[in-house]
Design a protein around this ligand. Structure first.
Ligand SMILES: NC(=O)c1ccc[n+]([C@@H]2O[C@H](COP(=O)([O-])OP(=O)(O)OC[C@H]3O[C@@H](n4cnc5c(N)ncnc54)[C@H](OP(=O)(O)O)[C@@H]3O)[C@@H](O)[C@H]2O)c1
Length: 332
């Protein structure tokens, strides 16, 4: 049986283009014992995939040239030789960018879509939701009345961070790349204020104005000059969770930024990077709490769904020009 898969044609230098990807037709092998035959339903595109397009060691192996890309996928079981999976089951796992695939059942997780959409398992109840939950609660440790600043606020992680911070009684200020996104943050997601970083003439002045009591916590999804501006406004004993640095992922050299460690010292501040996999043992706790909040209507999901397997490369590239609000997902 023939399937389509998307391979890394060659590694990008700077911003990738569609030429970095190649569509290939392949023939599926026979289904073997303990394997399942899956048909992809929803594919996650995530900023970390850009780093996997580079060569070299990181916390996750790079994509191989001339091999299929892979990532979080929700799929339907078409046939199974695995005792725990049956035809019709829906599962989530790290799977190839292929229309169909045959993979070992081990490592797949069955999902229950009775009360939530299947795509939620790539967003609010998946890796981005868990990233928001542990990054905010474990590193920022929010207290009621404190001010939290979020960069990349209108994205998959940012919107969940904001809603959890609101549950904890915080004042929440966010930064996003368009007026529509700023309006959505304030009108749909309860942000106390928000800034369009693309049109702000003086980011430091805007942050100071919107955070009259300073910044107690900074959830950083973006890095670069935006983080330089936010960090210059921190209070004593501020906590900074370094979740992502998307503004730098396509840079070929990092340049020189301000030296902010003296400020971290004088403010007795905490700055901590984290990778969500650090919290793998606590995922059941995170999923249980996120599911409860979703069930109670305290957390809502926002997704940008792009139609068509062939749109996967476009959707991934779209993350770097802000084409998404909430979680970017491709529906096959
Ligand atoms: N540490 C971890 O384990 C972990 C896990 C998941 C995600 N992350 C990181 O968390 C961040 C957010 O991830 P996500 O999945 O929620 O992505 P996302 O925010 O849904 O999508 C990326 C967003 O980043 C913004 N952006 C793109 N280029 C930018 C730039 N040069 N400057 C400022 N903003 C830019 C765009 O929004 P605008 O329109 O607002 O520009 C875009 O919509 C990423 O940095 C990602 O790598 C880390």
């Amino acid at each position: 049986m023939q399937i389509e898969q998307i391979e890394l044609a060659h590694r990008p230098c700077g911003m990738p283009t569609l030429t970095n990807f190649r569509f290939e037709t392949k023939v599926l092998p026979e289904l073997q014992r303990n394997q399942v035959h899956l048909k992809g339903m929803y594919y996650s595109v995530d900023p970390y995939m850009r780093m996997r397009m580079n060569e070299g060691k990181s916390y996750i192996p790079p994509f191989e040239v001339n091999q299929s890309l892979n990532g979080g996928v929700v799929a339907k079981v078409i046939a199974s030789q695995h005792p725990e999976f049956y035809e019709g089951d829906e599962v989530v796992g790290m799977l190839p960018w292929a229309t169909e695939c045959i993979v070992p059942g081990a490592g797949l997780q069955k999902i229950d879509t009775q009360y939530v959409s299947a795509s939620s398992f790539l967003g609010i109840l998946g890796m981005p939701g868990l990233t928001a939950y542990f990054g905010l609660l474990d590193i920022c440790k929010p207290k009621s009345g404190e001010t939290l600043f979020i960069s990349g606020a209108a994205g998959a992680v940012g919107l969940v961070v904001a809603q959890i911070a609101k549950i904890k009684g915080c004042r929440v200020i966010g930064l996003a790349g368009s007026d529509d996104k700023v309006n959505m943050l304030k009108n749909e997601f309860g942000f106390d204020d928000a800034i369009n970083y693309k049109t702000a003439s003086n980011l430091n002045a805007s942050i100071t104005e919107m955070c009259p009591n300073g910044v107690d916590m900074y959830f950083d999804n973006v890095g670069g000059s935006i983080s330089d501006a936010v960090i210059s406004c921190i209070n004593s004993h501020a906590r900074i969770a370094v979740c992502g640095q998307i503004s730098l992922y396509n840079e070929t050299s990092l340049g020189e930024g301000p030296r902010f460690l003296p400020l971290i010292l004088s403010k007795s501040a905490l700055i901590k990077g984290f990778i969500i996999i650090d919290y793998a043992e606590r995922f059941p706790e995170g999923i249980a709490q996120l599911s409860e909040w979703v069930g109670q209507g305290l957390l809502k999901s926002k997704e940008t769904i792009v139609d068509g397997f062939d749109q996967l490369p476009n959707a991934l590239l779209g993350l770097f020009s802000g084409k998404n609000t909430g979680k970017m997902i491709v529906k096959a």
